[in-house]
Design a protein around this ligand. Structure first.
Ligand code: NAD
Length: 367
């Protein structure tokens, strides 16, 4: 069996497929400009009467607008990136005291992540209204951080029952954050091509996700106030998350989770910086996957195409500018090696990962 490819088994002279695809039990609604009505309808469909809203500072304003028709039992507004355990405990307490039968999260991945932390403990269903392109709303993956260590896991209870996408809710997301968030979605796609449960079905989702994001991001960059680029980007973000949810976390996500937890780095920006380096690292042993990325980007060389896309959009290119200390690369590399998937296309050692981190830290050409 080839590294990074669990889908094909060779029996004698024939090659047969051997894989399982988990599909999401989730209702997904696209309602550009219509979130308010769509949310009210979905809450009625679910029959929920004790709604607890989870929305951080930015989300709170948007939540007020889209929940005008909803009776709210309680609100949680203390949202912190990477979901510290203490913040999750406080939110669970609010939901318990309110007798919540539905959590409505309005915000980016951090807000959805907090709703997931509550659902993980209490089993309360979630209706997610995303306002970034992180894609957490379409995965059963949760994450919690304690003592600079981010732990992630998969649990079907945290997968939102319903997602309402409304591109109008993302027009306030600043351009820089929008671009990094969109590249976070591209990272879901690329990593899904070689993640532990990669298969031909999620490869199709991933390839279309990269194509759609590469189409959306320059539009969004040029005219951030328009719905066109943002609607296309939400479509890409959903495909990306669906591919990632089925394929699992590959090397790229393991690197970003370790760095995010250890150094409290901004999630989307970390993905934007690291992705071209992981693609370059895996490319020699992931020829088919790199060809898919190149085809999706409409270029001959996947690494060059991704690097040009990232730079053209003005995304961050160094871990240094995100606040990562430069004197801890070897320790970070060791922590990554301990959690990296064993079937990564290119073999992983502490030395090669330290070199990858060094290149990403200083913004060297991905190689
Ligand atoms: P975020 O949710 O922290 O949002 C980033 C910033 O943008 C915040 O300051 C927020 O207030 C602001 N913001 C969000 N929406 C806005 C809007 N419409 N207008 C103006 N400002 C807005 O960042 P993120 O990148 O969306 O999410 C990162 C978190 O999500 C990380 O903890 C990451 O681990 C998690 N995540 C989880 C999954 C998963 O599958 N479990 C997938 C992706 C991300």
């Amino acid at each position: 069996m080839a590294r990074g490819c669990r889908t094909r088994r060779t029996t004698g002279l024939t090659v047969v497929w051997s894989f399982a695809q988990n599909n999401l039990e989730q209702r997904v609604r696209f309602a550009t400009g219509g979130a308010r009505a769509a949310i009210a309808e979905e809450i009625a469909r679910l029959g929920a009467t004790r709604v607890v809203v989870i929305a951080g500072a930015q989300g709170a304003m948007l939540a007020r607008e889209v929940l005008l028709d909803v009776e709210v039992a309680a609100t949680v507004d203390n949202v912190v990136m990477h979901t510290p355990v203490a913040i999750a405990e406080a939110a669970r307490q609010v939901a318990l005291e309110a007798g919540a039968d539905l959590l409505v999260s309005v915000g980016g991945g951090s807000t959805t992540g907090l709703a997931k932390a509550v659902a993980l403990a209490l089993g309360t269903p979630i209706l997610a209204v995303p306002t970034t392109y992180a894609g957490s709303e379409a995965t059963p993956v949760w994450g919690l951080t304690e003592a600079a260590r981010k732990t992630t896991g998969v649990d079907r209870r945290v997968l939102p029952r319903v997602v309402v996408y409304d591109a109008a809710l993302t027009t306030t997301l600043p351009v820089g954050m929008s671009i990094s968030s969109g590249l976070n979605a591209v990272a879901h796609c690329v990593d899904a091509l070689w993640a532990p449960n990669a298969n031909p079905i999620n490869a199709v989702l991933a390839q279309e996700g990269i194509r759609a994001a590469a189409d959306a991001l320059p539009r969004l960059h040029a005219r951030p106030w328009e719905l066109d680029g943002r609607e296309r980007m939400l479509y890409a973000a959903y495909l990306a998350a669906a591919a990632f949810a089925a394929a699992g976390s590959g090397l790229h996500h393991k690197i970003c989770h370790v760095l995010g937890g250890r150094y409290d780095l901004p999630h989307a920006q970390t993905h934007a910086v690291v992705l071209p380096h992981v693609l370059a690292y895996n490319r020699p042993h992931a020829v088919e996957q790199a060809a898919r990325v190149a085809a999706a980007l409409g270029v001959a060389d996947a690494v060059e195409g991704l690097t040009n896309l990232t730079r053209g959009l003005g995304a961050p290119t160094t871990l240094r500018e995100l606040g990562m200390p430069g004197d801890d690369l070897a320790t970070a590399a060791a922590a990554i090696v301990a959690v990296a998937p064993s079937n990564n296309p290119t073999p992983i050692t502490a030395d090669t990962i330290a070199r990858l981190l060094e290149a990403a830290w200083k913004g060297a050409e991905p190689a």
